[in-house]
Design a binder for this molecule. Structure first.
Ligand code: SF4
Length: 368
């Protein structure tokens, strides 16, 4: 399941491979020195290092390794951070090999635990009205190795410690299933990063094909969350254009068919937009959507205004009232505490619209 976009003229990126794939490719492609493949893989994924010279190979064998394989880590452009009671929220802007930038965010989760929120696309084509990334449009998909490399940079270059990974950064993860699904395999490969599936959450706006592909991957302990934001089609279509193609009934159908483990809890993310989706009636509609879906956890995310705000941020009273209305319908609810708003690292605030402008001027957009 290696990266489908791999350019055969370039060295293969190790971060886009599982350990067995690297072992096989090394055997097929190297005349000598393939026996160190498992050690190379461990060092690359666990220490962020690719040093074939370090294993006592002949210079010619090490040179072959470098010809055929590489570990390219994105360059850290800048890091911004914000302190809060729960710890430091930090956003890293990373430049990929074509100088396009992705962003990943370290989120403190209390009790000295943190989660890394990673990107899967440069920009996004989904057009959600409350999201800064949407304003960029989609510049391109991130490749498997680029997705995984965010973890390596976070851990080994920035020194960030995190237990969990969420695909809630720039991009709709399942719109890039061709690279995200292999990345899930790499993240959980015991030979390398060895993350347990329970520590990974894939978030989607409700990409039906992508959810089906995720289900087929057979990783039943992965967490899945969907971005709901409205329980009626008219409002959801206005806020999230994807709903015109996949209305709530179709989303419900694919979620009902999603293979659930016994303790599976579907995350339902709800960005609270004052005056738009925060009435008692909206809460009732959310409850109606969720009722058939089994165990859910509604995550209420107070809106974080971006550079062109859709509305203001909700007040504490408005947040409390909506949460109370959801609970009155029997829904378990968690409030997502706002983190990183001052440094544009909060939910819905990632992205650099200027990049689109620059790319458009240079004629280098992916055309999607
Ligand atoms: S909320 Fe997610 S899916 Fe929607 S535009 Fe933003 S990045 Fe894309």
């Amino acid at each position: 399941m290696s990266d489908p976009d791999h350019d055969k003229a370039k060295p293969t990126e190790i971060a886009g491979l599982c350990g067995e794939e690297l072992t096989r490719l090394a055997r097929e492609q190297l005349a000598q020195g393939s026996g160190i493949a498992r050690d190379v893989y461990k060092d690359a994924l666990r220490r962020g290092r690719f040093e074939p010279e370090a294993y006592g190979l002949r210079a010619s064998a090490a040179a072959q390794w470098r010809e055929r394989f590489a570990l390219t880590l994105p360059r850290v452009v800048r890091v911004v951070s914000e302190e809060s009671e729960t710890g430091t929220t930090a956003k890293a802007v990373l430049a990929l090999s074509d100088d396009l930038e992705c962003e990943c965010v370290l989120l403190p989760m209390g009790r000295e635990r943190s989660t890394l929120c990673v990107s899967s696309q440069i920009g996004c084509k989904m057009g959600c009205q409350f999201c800064e990334t949407a304003r960029m449009g989609l510049l391109r998909h991130m490749h498997t190795a680029e997705i995984v490399a965010q973890l390596l940079v976070a851990r080994h270059v920035l020194g960030w410690e995190f237990r969990n990974v969420v695909f809630m950064g720039m991009g709709e993860a399942l719109d890039n299933a061709q690279h995200v699904l292999p990345a899930l395999r790499v993240l959980t490969d015991q030979l390398g990063l060895g993350m347990s599936q329970e520590r990974i959450t894939v978030c989607s706006v409700g990409n039906v094909d992508g959810i089906l592909q995720l289900a087929q991957l057979g990783m039943k302990r992965l967490n899945l969350s969907i971005s709901l934001n409205a329980g009626n089609d008219a409002l959801r279509s206005a806020l999230m254009p994807v709903n015109r193609k996949t209305p709530l009934a179709a989303l419900q159908e694919v979620l009902l068919a999603y293979p659930q483990r016994s303790n599976f809890v579907l995350g339902v993310n709800y960005c609270l937009l004052p005056g738009q989706n925060d009435s008692a009636e909206h809460a009732r509609e959310v409850a109606e959507f969720c009722r058939p879906l089994g165990r859910v956890m509604v995550n209420v995310i107070p809106y974080n205004p971006g550079s062109v705000p859709l509305t203001r941020a909700p007040t504490e009273d408005e947040i409390d009232a909506f949460i109370a209305a959801l609970r009155a319908h029997g829904l378990p609810v968690r409030r997502r505490v706002t983190k990183g708003r001052s440094v544009m690292a909060a939910c819905g605030q990632l992205g650099n619209v200027q990049l689109r402008v620059q790319k458009k001027a240079s004629g280098a957009l992916a055309g999607r």
